[in-house]
Design a protein around this ligand. Sequence first.
Ligand code: ZN
Length: 285
Amino acid sequence: MAAALTLQLLVGGHCTHPGFVVNPRRGGWAPQQFPAMFALLRHPTQGLILYDTGYAPRFFDETARFPASLYRRATPVVCAPHQSAVAQLARQGIRSDDIGLIILSHFHADHVGGLLDFPRARLLYLRAALDPNLRRRSAFANVRRGLLPGLHPADLPARSTFADDQPRVRLPGLAPFEMGYDLLGDGSLLGVEVSGHAPGQLGLFFTAQGGQPVFLVADACWTRRAFTDLELPWPPVRLITHDMAQYRAQIHRLHALHLARPDLLLVPSHCQESIDLAVSLLQGT
Ligand SMILES: [Zn+2]
């Protein structure tokens, strides 16, 4: 049996939107906070692993000038220095160099904001996640895609390996998701492609403490209601969605999975309700 991992969910800042943007039917006009979640995983022999990093204060430097400033205008962000991943880990006695591996779900700024604080970590993501045109495209076109290249380490290619180069395995009990990638080579952490919101988006499926099965789905959907009630976000959100048909298909897959596996903890990265539920379930184990 594959090793169980210990999971800790953390939040690295948040952005603010009216509720209806993610839940058009019941969200209302009042501004809501959407956490930028990241996860700390402890593997019994392979050490500490991060899944994404959340925001970090350098987001504000990167978005100070036009056109990048459009990003923070569209998505007001709060991230104080003590909320960055590296600061939160330091309070637990974990140094930046203790993180051996960072797995990236995708390259949107709210997932890679803290990457520069971990200059020694290896990076792992799906090949399609890193846009080959990033450095050639205009700053405006990058911002429209949620990308801020200034948040990427200069040596990113040298430190990167690709999830899709790891052994391809059948996903146990995760239908309609069929195939994934054995990211650590021991079956303990399986990468699952959940593209649509962004190209090459990578989710993680594993067994956490207490035998709790967990599927971290990044931005495959934004709220729990998307997969419980098939509530899709506000239609104009399609403008920032990489592939709307694929995005919808992923939500339908998550809905089917949720019905088939009520024991499975499905956690989208920006859903406070899901994070709270996960924290309470994992604390009790
Ligand atoms: Zn995203």
